[in-house]
Design a protein around this ligand. Structure first.
Ligand code: MUC
Ligand code: MG
Length: 388
């Protein structure tokens, strides 16, 4: 009883656990190779790092990732930073760190959507609360269902010979054996030829689990090429059609055997409900930047689960900070049927944290430690911080 009391007492707002400050900085990180998506190519990775500090001086951190500026979704690091600094942060100063759902309501009043910005702030609140309570974030989310999360790797240079070599070296060191291939930057016939080559190069060694078109195809193109993808042995087709075309995705799902994974079509919990109602996907990809927080990631997963739709652990190439936030959610879900793509830190040339996440046995360990379980390397943060 006394142990419980000593854990609970610090949560009283009288004990200095109100938010004193929320600050932001933009970080630009080099990546190991170009990452080509259908409509953009990533040559470096940018984040907004958020720090929430309590009146007692305890700091929590969060991160918002983007891909190629405001081209994957509508937010860019510059807009995320401005929205947090000008609208979200002022509305939360003096708010108690343990009232996270209420903080989300406050943020929703202060700004419409801007989910990546809200997700980064909510992550920092979970981190600081976990540090104060000396508990990992997963424990604040209902506790662990699993300790190890399977992680695939994305092949996205566009050069099949390089992609086969990259995949084989990752299989060899037991880091990944499942792969996602980014398509849509070239004509479908060329992508199919590329996939056939990669599949032939990996026979008996690795699986092409996901193909991500990032909205590049229309329904007729998808109908034409899905049988070829089935023939190659692809596991999941991610976001073949534009995000708004749920009816088209539902028709594809009904006409073909290949399961469909919804990514850009699912931001809010309402989107997840509409996907379920339309029968537009067999799986949904969870991402902090899309859903706007760890609680919302759980909500989207719950709606998918209740509709019999599997969950896939998505990413937006987060560093270890944002990746840790995802891992705590993925560890807490009743089911993570399709595994994850939590490989973001591995595409960076450098780390922002003192210790890297532990990638082993074709997956990653859920961080232990209080809060997110990652500690910033302040020299690295200073090195990669954007000036001005
Ligand atoms: C996306 O659309 O899934 C995440 C991993 C990756 O390879 O691309 C991104 C975005
Ligand atoms: Mg995707």
């Amino acid at each position: 009883m006394s142990a419980v009391k000593s854990h609970l007492s610090p949560l009283s707002p009288d004990h200095g656990l109100l938010i004193r400050s929320i600050s932001t900085e933009i970080i630009d990180m080099p990546i190991i190779r170009e990452h080509k998506l259908s409509t953009l190519s990533v040559t470096h990775q940018s984040y907004v790092l958020v720090r929430v500090v309590t009146e007692d001086g305890v700091e929590g951190i969060g991160e918002a990732a983007t891909l190629g500026g405001p081209r994957w979704a509508e937010e860019a690091v510059e807009t995320i930073r401005a929205v947090i600094d000008v609208y979200l942060a002022p509305s939360l100063i003096g708010h108690a760190i343990n009232r996270i759902r209420a903080a989300r309501q406050i943020m929703d009043k202060a700004a419409k959507r801007n989910n990546a910005a809200k997700g980064a702030v909510e992550t920092a609140l979970f981190d600081v609360l976990g540090k104060v309570l000396d508990l990992p974030v997963t424990d604040l989310l209902g506790g662990r269902v699993r300790d190890h999360i399977p992680v695939l790797w994305a092949l996205a240079s566009g050069d099949p010979a390089q992609e086969i070599e990259e995949a084989l070296s990752l299989i060899e060191c037991r880091r990944h054996r499942d792969f996602k291939v980014k398509i849509g930057a070239q004509a479908p016939v060329d992508d199919i030829a590329r996939l056939q080559k990669i599949a032939a190069g990996l026979v008996g060694k690795g699986d092409l689990k996901v193909i991500d078109a990032n909205q590049a195809w229309d329904e007729a193109t998808a109908d034409r090429w899905i049988p070829a993808l089935e023939e190659i042995g692809i596991g999941l087709l991610e976001q073949p059609l534009p995000h708004w075309n749920l009816a088209g995705m539902a028709r594809l799902a009904a006409r073909h055997r290949l399961p469909i994974l919804a990514d850009e079509s699912v931001f809010s919990a309402h989107d997840a409900f509409q996907i379920a109602e339309a029968g537009a996907a067999d799986a949904v990809s969870l991402k902090l930047v899309k859903h706007g927080g760890l609680l919302a990631m759980q909500e989207v997963a719950a709606i998918a689960g209740s509709a019999g739709i599997g969950v896939y652990g998505g990413c937006l190439l987060e560093s270890a900070i944002g990746t840790a936030a995802h891992l705590h959610v993925f560890a807490s879900l009743s089911d993570l049927a399709w595994g994850s793509e939590s490989f973001g830190p591995l595409i960076l040339r450098d780390e922002l944290t003192a210790e890297p996440l532990q990638y082993e046995n074709f997956g990653v360990a859920v961080p232990a430690g209080p809060g997110l379980g990652v500690v910033l390397d302040e020299d690295k943060v200073a090195h990669y911080r954007r000036e001005g």
